[in-house]
Every structure is written in C-alpha cells, then in structure tokens.
Design a protein around this ligand. Structure first.
Ligand code: ADP
Ligand code: MG
Length: 398
C-alpha cells in the first residue's frame, strides 16, 4: 500500500463543499441520556475541521456510531456529537435529520463557506456497510471534495469511508496523515533497531501482526496472555492460563522462523500467576513454564520486565501492540506499566497501536510521552498486519 497520500494542504479547499468523514463513534452513557462519556475522538478531529473552516470551506461532516444495522436507532443519533462539537468549536453545528435524505440535501445545499453541518449516523443507511454505490453517489452529490480523517474506520470498505472516493477528489485530514507518516514510516523505513512488543490476550488475534513484523523487526517481544501458548508449545506447564492449544504448532513455527531470519524473539522467563482471575486474587511469581495447577498467569514477572525494558533501551523504533498482562487489575498491571515507563524513557520513536494498549498507556499516565498513539484500534492492527486499508487506498496519491 502506498502511504504517500495527498492531504487537505495539497488541494484548494476555499469555497468548496467538503464531505469530511470523521470518527465520532464516541462512548455514550448506557442510560440513553445522550451524555458523551469520552469526547477524545471529537477533539482529535478539531485540527482538520478548524483548518477547513479557516480556509473558507463549507464542511459537511459525517460519521458512524455503534451498530444500528441500517435502521434509525434514536439512541445512536449523532445529535449529542453535534452539540459537543459546537461547544468545542465555539460556533453552531447544523444537525441534519438524515444521512442523504431531503433534510441533509437541503441543509448541505444551503451551507455557506465557513459553516459546518453534521449528517446523521451513516449506519442509519443500510447501504453504508455494504458499500452501496448508490449511497456513495448520494453522499458525493452534496460536496465538491472528500476528506477522510476517520482513521478508526479506514479498515472498512464502507460507502462513507471508501466508496464515496470514487466520485470526488479524495484526500486525507491531519489525523490520517500522522498515522500514515508514523506507522507507515515505521513499517516501510524504520529507524533501527525496530523492536516490536506484542501482547494482549490471544495469539489467534495477533497472527497477522506477528507474521508481518517478523519480516520487518529486529526484535520481537512476546507478552500478555498469548505468551502461554508459546510456553505450552515448548512443553511448559501453564496451569489455567489463557491457552490456545490449536495455535501451539503455529507458535513453534514462529520461533523457528524468527531464528531462521535472525530476528531476536524474546519470551517471558517468569510470570506472575494468580489463584483466580480477579483483582484481589492471591499471587506468586514462578518461572515461565512452571505454573502450578489451579494457577493462571496474569502478568509478566520481574525478571521478564528487566529483560524487556533492556531490549527497548537502544531501540530506534518501538511498535507496541497488546498489554503485557491484565492491566485492568492494578495488581497485574506492573509489567505493562514497566514497559510503558521504559518506552517513555527511550529516545526511540514509540508507537502504540491497539485499543486496549492505548487505553493502558493513557490510564497509566504515559500517553504524552509516546511519539504516537494510534487513534484506530482495529485499523492500526490491520495496518501493522501489512494489509491494504480501503479508506487509505482510495485517497489520491501524492
Ligand atoms: P489491543 O486492544 O491493544 O490490541 P488485545 O485486545 O489483544 O490488545 O488484548 C488486551 C487484553 O488482553 C486486555 O483486556 C488484557 O486484560 C488481556 N490480557 C493481557 N494479558 C493477559 C493474561 N495473561 N491473561 C488474560 N488476559 C490477558
Ligand atoms: Mg483489544
């Protein structure tokens, strides 16, 4: 995939109507009160929106929220987003009652330079997730240009994330530009040594990433729940730890492949195990592969922490995807925290991909010490797998 894409700065947006795909899929209070519990994604979109407005574009913003599956679900309306966005911008945000219906069409037609409106949840239209060309054409008909800044949705070939680009000149906003620059840069021409830290719960969900990074990285570090499948594959005792027995052969293949390629592959040498999956479980540190029956590994051990923190010290680039343990329980967050701290102290380019990894780094207070925290969980995963992202591929090349 070509990562060199035109941005809003490479085209003339003045006086143009711009269809801007954002990722406003924000978490909402479960009680249906319409309260946004975290507006990070709305804030993240502000630089591109502000730039377009300052340049005299008329901005027709759109986004999906949740999974209404082609029906109008009032609880998934973007109205609360329009209100929040309006507060943040300090100017009115005109809310459309539909996506491409008469209300959206007439409001878009009347929209003036320097004004902004928001379409309803794109997934209220059944054609959105089917990438229906008719819906894409209707979306395109309201604007002169398409700008995508919804990195969180670029791995989906939907009408508003990819299809619409067939009918309008399409460029990226600043959010996608940074994702492409930093992650794309690390994948295509990394400052070496490139160290990849892979953790999280399952091997099966990270196969693509491990495979791709084996081709690129100098060192691969395995932590989190997936480490126990590697341990079991080597004949270790893993007790009640997370184990994907079907993936043991694969784990052995990866170890072999790494050796053949001269990639250093680090596995835990000790583990913090617990007598239950609970925040207040009894715990003990044991050697890797020696977890007693009835116990389960919930974090990497102190020797492993030393080994891993040492490995990132002289890195040129570190890509981190997947926490080292069950960081949601403070007692088992030490490995994840130590790695986050080590990353904050290196001179390396540090990239955090994956929704839970980003949450962990934020929760532990290291977010502003990282070079880049990806704004897309699933999208960053597919990016790191080396897959083509439809919402990026559809943009104009530089
Ligand atoms: P990301 O979203 O960053 O890609 P994943 O979704 O793959 O990460 O994994 C995150 C989850 O993995 C976290 O909820 C964490 O609690 C869990 N996890 C990490 N280590 C373990 C472990 N040893 N046992 C069970 N779950 C674990
Ligand atoms: Mg996750």
């Amino acid at each position: 995939m070509n990562y060199q894409k035109k941005t809003v700065k490479d085209i003339d947006v003045t006086g143009k109507k711009v269809l801007l795909r954002c990722d406003f899929n924000v978490p909402m209070a479960k009680d249906g009160s319409g309260v946004i519990t975290d507006d990070k994604r709305i804030r993240a979109a502000l630089p591109t929106i502000q730039y377009l407005l300052d340049q005299g574009a008329a901005v027709i913003a759109c986004s999906h929220m949740g999974k209404p599956k082609g029906a109008v679900v009032p609880e998934l309306s973007l109205k609360p987003v329009a209100e929040r966005l309006s507060q943040l911008l300090g100017k009115p945000v005109i809310m459309a009652d539909d996506v491409v219906g008469p209300d959206a069409q007439s409001k878009a037609a009347a929209l003036k330079s320097g004004e902004i409106m928001l379409l309803e949840n794109t997934r209220f239209e059944a054609g959105e997730t089917k990438n229906d060309p008719e819906l894409a054409k209707k979306l395109a008909s309201m604007a002169d240009l398409y700008v995508s800044d919804a990195f969180g949705a670029v791995h989906r070939a939907h009408a508003s994330t990819a299809g619409v680009a067939a009918y309008l000149p399409a460029v990226s906003g600043f959010l996608i530009q940074k994702e492409l620059e930093v992650i794309g840069g690390a994948l295509s021409d990394p400052k070496r040594p490139l160290v990849a830290i892979l953790g999280g719960s399952k091997v099966s969900s990270k196969i693509g990433v491990i495979n791709n990074l084996l081709e690129i990285a100098d060192t691969i570090i395995i932590g989190g729940g997936m480490a126990y499948t590697f341990s079991a594959a080597q004949g270790g005792k893993v007790g009640d730890s997370l184990l994907e027995a079907d993936w043991e052969d694969y784990a052995n293949d990866m170890v072999k492949k790494a050796a053949e390629k001269g990639v250093k592959l680090l596995l835990p040498v000790d583990t913090v195990c617990a007598d239950a999956f609970a925040p207040d479980a009894k715990s003990q540190v044991v050697k890797a592969g020696e977890i007693p029956d009835g116990w389960q590994g919930l974090d990497i051990g102190p020797e492993t922490v030393k080994l891993y923190c040492d490995a990132v010290k002289d890195a040129g680039t570190v890509i981190w995807n997947g926490p080292m343990g069950v960081f949601e329980f403070p007692a088992f967050a030490k490995g994840t925290e130590a790695v986050a701290k080590a990353l904050s102290e290196t001179d390396a380019i540090t990239i955090i991909g994956g929704g839970d990894s980003a949450a962990a780094v934020q929760q532990l207070g290291y977010a502003d010490k990282m070079t880049h925290i990806s704004t897309g969980g699933g999208a960053s995963l597919e990016f790191m797998e080396g897959k083509e992202l439809p919402g990026v591929a559809c943009l104009l090349d530089k």
